[in-house]
Design a protein around this ligand. Sequence first.
Ligand SMILES: Cc1cc2nc3c(=O)[nH]c(=O)nc-3n(C[C@H](O)[C@H](O)[C@H](O)COP(=O)(O)OP(=O)(O)OC[C@H]3O[C@@H](n4cnc5c(N)ncnc54)[C@H](O)[C@@H]3O)c2cc1C
Length: 413
Amino acid sequence: MAPPTVLIIGCGVSGPVLSLLLKKKGYKPVIYEKVRVLGEAGASLMLNPNGMKVLNLLTSPNKLFGDVKALPLANLWHGTGSGETLVHNSLPSNYAARYGQSSMGIKRTTLNISLKEMALDAGIEVHEGFELVDIEEGEASVTAHFGNGQSVTGSFLVGCDGIKAASRRILLQNSGTKEGPPIFTGLTQTAGISMTPSALLEKPATMSNWYGNAVHLIAYPVSTTHISWAVTLSQTEERPEAWKLATRVELEAKKQDLEARLKGFEPALLEMVRTAERIISFGLFDRAELSGDEWFSSRCVLIGDAAHPTSPHLGQGANQALEDCYHLSRLLPQLNGDSDGNLAALSPIFEEFARLRQPRTSALVKGARKKGEERVVTGGPELCRARDAQLVVALGDAEEIQRGNDQLYREPF
Ligand SMILES: Cc1cc2nc3c(=O)[nH]c(=O)nc-3n(C[C@H](O)[C@H](O)[C@H](O)COP(=O)(O)OP(=O)(O)OC[C@H]3O[C@@H](n4cnc5c(N)ncnc54)[C@H](O)[C@@H]3O)c2cc1C
């Protein structure tokens, strides 16, 4: 018997990973991606032990990082712009021993391309230039319609299409709910990747957070030689959700603007900004939570940012998307080639998935928004000093931080 076809919408983080897990379970996943040719995307992200455990079921960091040498995170540092330490700990150096995997920063382009290539190598079809525009559900099948005029039918559909998911919009519309665009959090980021300045190499394998007046800067290594950084600023006016790559002229203007915003910050940070080859700017968005029963219909289910889009301040969006992949594939029946695994009634499986995943991801989306608001304080030096004092209390209790890490990184198995 031919394996059931699963329509996977989106080839970002969750699309290829879920496809690889489902292929191992006897399904025939096929990926449909809106972008014509996947290429340069975003700056970077931090893969944490919970997400790394899922990736490790499919590949090794060596393969994932391509020709770049991955650098496991060893330290967390929080301080003032001028470099005064507020809190420092070395908890990440124990992640591998405690959770089985380390945290590692990776360029988003490297991750996306590696995952797509892994899917292709496993014989999974990846169709680019296919933008989902509509879904029709039958009793035992589902048809996806694409902007290029093509339609495909499969057993079920998984929406892995991110924060602006068409799958989410269609599912909600079909149940009578109209949702607006993603919600601007009031914060923007300008991000880049630079050669690690020598002064920062003195704090190797460290994720660092510098807190200033109306500005926050985060930086972490994405290899032994390069560092990824992002400056977060408060912005009352909504910015379009643009991941615009700066032109040469814009690049210079942006660097000058950032240098002004980072006045008084450590010289190494100004060097980091000055030497970046590429800089992107974007607004930070999330969405109000959906209830678990809005995550699925009879033949469709949402995962990753399509289900629970988040601002990035907890570094958990992709890691939670990876947890989703693990749990959804675990809950779906193993197929042996001679049976269809009784896929007639998928709703109970989707319901169990949503019941398990919605509370955890919803709490993290809210936590990420709160963390962003705490980081960027706009009220002047006195409020900033109060924020710094709170940070020392909140982040200085290593046992409490360890408990929080355990809750995050002991999952999904
Ligand atoms: C600045 C920033 C920093 C971040 N840092 C971290 C971090 O450090 N750690 C972390 O865990 N997370 C981080 N995140 C969050 C993380 O990027 C997302 O949570 C993660 O990428 C979600 O994965 P996904 O597969 O759900 O969606 P995506 O990775 O966004 O993939 C969605 C895919 O679907 C495609 N698509 C969209 N619409 C359609 C359509 N209609 N039809 C077909 N295809 C479509 C898109 O082109 C894309 O390829 C960060 C996010 C931002 C914005």
